[in-house]
Ligand binder design. Structure first.
Ligand SMILES: C[S@@+](CC[C@H](N)C(=O)[O-])C[C@H]1O[C@@H](n2cnc3c(N)ncnc32)[C@H](O)[C@@H]1O
Length: 242
């Protein structure tokens, strides 16, 4: 098969790449055409299709975890902002949430999103639900069934308004709500991964996280588009009684 013989990058740079507006996109708005052309030419979109991930975002978590190795069989993961489910697919495999690898511990994965989500084997899905509501967090805690989380991840992002400061403030509020909840349900030594958009207030969040975790790193995986303000904060070694 041609695709298997050449790398994804080579394949994407081959003649299938769309440089002009294909006929089937004519009639759409310019921004919609630009977005679709970028998707068609994106090597991670193609790779996600080939590897059966629901979105290219899978590779952000894969790249971060390949480098920092925080997802292990037996982990108890809480995932905020999970739809359509690409990170969930990555997590359930790596923590052995389906029990498919009988020789290692079986993990647990609880995922929540505002949008409805199709089921994923091994994941307990709460959707559509707003993570920031107390009642939703109570539901997650119930699903944990007395277990403490070893990893909390959030790829949550508000629908962008286009007003940069407002969008930055809204994603920070989501990040703080995850940080507060993570303190209640995390086990000593747990990890936290939060998506943010770069802003002057990220440093303050880093300092606030450092009151509860030993180490904080800012991470930008290769699959996160260079022209996007997206970044991730990875905090390790949660200190329960601080
Ligand atoms: C970038 S997408 C997540 C993609 C996901 N990580 C994946 O790989 O499939 C961000 C998600 O955050 C969700 N979200 C935003 N605000 C939320 C909230 N208050 N509660 C729950 N989910 C929220 C959105 O509905 C959206 O699905």
């Amino acid at each position: 098969m041609i695709i298997a013989l050449c790398s994804i990058r080579q394949f994407c740079r081959s003649s299938v790449c769309f440089k002009k507006v294909p006929d089937r996109l004519k009639g759409r708005s310019r921004s919609s055409q630009n977005w679709l052309i970028r998707q068609m030419n994106d090597e991670y979109v193609l790779k996600a299709k080939m590897e059966n991930y629901r979105a290219r975002s899978a590779f952000k978590l894969i790249e971060i975890d390949n480098k920092y190795k925080f997802l292990k069989p037996g982990d108890v993961v809480v995932e905020c902002g999970a739809a359509p489910g690409a990170w969930t697919q990555v997590c359930v495999k790596r923590i052995n949430a389906t029990g498919q690898m009988p020789s290692v511990l079986k993990g647990k994965h609880v995922a929540i999103d505002l949008q409805p989500m199709y089921p994923i084997e091994g994941a307990l899905i709460l959707a559509p639900l707003d993570f920031t509501k107390c009642s939703s967090q109570t539901k997650i805690t119930e699903m944990l069934g007395g277990q403490l989380a070893t990893v909390v991840v959030s790829d949550m992002a508000p629908a962008a308004t286009g007003i940069r400061e407002l969008d930055q403030d809204r994603i920070l509020e989501l990040a703080y709500s995850v940080l507060r909840y993570a303190q209640q349900i995390s086990k000593d030594g747990a990890m936290l991964l939060l998506k943010l958009w770069a802003s002057g207030r990220v440093k303050q969040l880093e300092n606030d996280i450092l009151s509860h975790y030993s180490q904080v790193k800012i991470v930008k995986p290769p699959s996160s588009r260079q022209d996007s303000a997206e970044l991730f904060i990875l905090a390790s070694n949660f200190k329960k009684n601080t």
